[in-house]
Design a protein around this ligand. Structure first.
Ligand code: HEM
Length: 221
C-alpha cells in the first residue's frame, strides 16, 4: 500500500487516550501514568518504521513528523543496553561494520552498563548530521536506522540530511504538535523539573503555576 507523506498512517489498533492517565497520587491530587500505560505509549528502540508510523499515526503524526521528531537524537547519550541487541548475539547486517566495531568497543557485552553517544558525528550539537549518520548506516537504534531503510521515510531522511533549515522547520512544527497532545492542566498533571523523575513537593507548585498561567492567558485571547 502506498502511503503519502501527508496521510495519517493509522491502520492498526491504537492505545486509547484513557490508557494514558491511570492511578492516583493522593498526596498532591495528581494522576500519574502507570508503567504499563507508559510502555504502551512509547515505542521501544527496537521498533521498525511500520511500528513507529502506526503508533505515532494513532496520535496524528505523519511520516514527516515522525522523521523530524526522531531528529531529537541529534544530541544526547544512551545506555548500551538500548542498542546491544543489534550487536549480540548476531550483528545487525544493516549496521555499518566500522560503526558496529566501535560500538562493540564501548559496549563490550550485551548487558554492559556503559553509555554511548547517539549521534556520532556531532553528539553535542543540535544539527542535521544525525540524518547523515542514518544515510551511512550509523544510526544507533533500529527505530532510527529503519527510517532510512524503509522506502516510505527514506526520502524524508535524505531531505533533512541535505537541508538543515528544512529539518529545523519540520522539527519545530512537530514539537509544537507534540506539545498539544493530551495537555493536562491544573492538578491533572505536572511539568517535570527533571525529565526522568516526578517532581518533589518543593518544585511542583512553581512549575504548576507556570503552566496554569499560560493556559489562562491563552484562554483570555
Ligand atoms: C520514536 C520514538 C523514540 C524512541 C523509540 C526513542 C528512543 C530513545 C532511547 C532508547 C534513548 C536512550 C535511552 C537510554 O538508553 O538511556 C533515547 C534517548 C534520547 N532521546 Fe529518544 N526516542 C524517541 C523519540 C524521541 C524524541 C521525539 C525526542 C526529542 C524530540 C528524543 C530525544 C532523545 C534525547 C535527547 C535522548 C538522549 C537523552 C540523554 O542524553 O540523556 N527521542 N531515545
Amino acid at each position: 500500500m502506498y502511503l503519502s507523506r501527508t496521510t495519517p498512517l493509522v491502520f492498526g489498533p491504537c492505545v486509547g487516550e484513557d490508557d494514558c492517565i491511570l492511578g492516583a497520587c493522593a498526596s498532591r491530587g495528581l494522576s500519574f501514568a502507570t508503567r504499563n500505560a507508559t510502555l504502551a505509549n512509547l515505542p521501544p528502540p527496537t521498533a521498525n518504521t511500520t511500528r513507529l508510523l502506526i503508533d505515532l499515526g494513532c496520535k496524528n503524526f505523519y511520516a514527516t513528523d515522525v522523521v523530524a521528531l526522531s531528529g531529537g537524537h541529534t544530541i544526547g547519550i544512551s545506555h548500551c543496553t538500548s542498542s546491544t541487541s543489534r550487536l549480540y548475539p548476531i550483528q545487525d547486517p544493516t549496521m555499518d561494520k566500522t560503526f558496529a566495531n566501535n560500538l562493540k568497543g564501548t559496549c563490550p557485552t550485551a548487558n554492559s552498563t556503559n553509555n554511548t553517544v547517539v549521534d556520532i558525528r556531532s553528539p553535542n550539537l543540535f544539527d542535521n548530521r544525525y540524518y547523515v549518520d542514518l544515510m551511512n548506516r550509523q544510526g544507533l537504534f533500529t527505530s532510527n536506522q529503519d527510517l532510512y531503510t524503509d522506502r516510505r521515510t527514506r526520502d524524508i531522511v535524505t531531505g533533512f540530511a541535505v537541508n538543515q533549515s528544512l529539518f529545523f522547520e519540520k522539527f519545530v512544527f512537530a514539537m509544537i504538535k507534540m506539545c498539544q497532545l493530551s495537555v493536562l492542566t491544573g492538578t491533572q498533571g505536572e511539568i517535570r523539573a527533571n525529565c526522568s523523575a516526578r517532581n518533589t513537593n518543593n518544585n511542583n507548585n512553581y512549575l504548576g503555576s507556570v503552566v496554569d498561567e499560560g493556559f489562562e492567558a491563552v484562554s483570555q485571547l
